[in-house]
Design a protein around this ligand. Sequence first.
Ligand code: AMP
Length: 287
Amino acid sequence: MYLFKTVKNLQHYLFASKNRGESIGFVPTMGALHQGHISLLAFAQKHCSLTVCSIFVNPTQFNEKEDFDKYPRTTEADIALLEANGCHVLFLPDVQEIYPHPDEPAPVFDFGYLDKPMEGAHRPGHFNGVAQVVNRLLQIVQPHHLFMGQKDYQQYKIIEKMLHLTHSSVTLHMCPTLREPSGLAMSSRNTRLNPKEREQAAHIYHALLLVQQNMALLPPQQARMAALNYLEQHLPDARPEYLDIVNAHTLEPVQHWADAAQTVVCTAVRVGNVRLIDNLLLPGKTT
Ligand code: AMP
């Protein structure tokens, strides 16, 4: 695996690779890598001849300084994991490489309603920061294919919209969420849970499954309340920030299952000091 820390050296290498006819697949990450990230790499390897991963803990997408400071950083282990899994190129820039002109205003995108609900409402400025860094990384890497996880469903929709707004030719792929055997979605933040919290956090996924089970029985808002009650009972110390059933395309709340061709239930829950997100795409229309 080649490791590049500067834009110049990375681009020099990638330019030559493209001239050789390689197809470039890109997996942006913030490190503290787990099997979820590796599954994205595996998708990229299936589609592309050359895979590029980046690790950059992007300061502009953290709305809480403490969250940024406490974000797990495990660079040596990450490098070993990527190498063991056949990643071709790791881009490991420092902040000056990504933001060489911090005084210049960041591009502003109009995401319409997509950045308003859920994460957008609870993490002001978060999606601007995400779009800024992904846009910058895409300008640097110029991949043919971009691989992102369903785990961050709203983020996926934001990037899909950004690619549309910038007339990008990059093909975006959504990769399924990898879970622990308990059902807990794999996340870099899970390392900050103590064993009891980790066990309890599995109930988040079970609350999402309960929504799916209730689709044939209850309208969306009642299914939502049942899931919130489930969380209150099984995770009494946790604080759900939201649990919303929305149109999977527009992210607008749905009143009836038939309001949308596809719905998704998304949640963010604070377990101890750790904020966890998860979601479940629900099967097609039910009245
Ligand atoms: P992060 O390092 O958390 O910014 O995530 C980098 C990429 O990995 C994003 O596209 C995430 O959606 C994806 N990802 C994170 N966790 C998982 C998971 N459990 N399964 C699949 N993809 C994931």
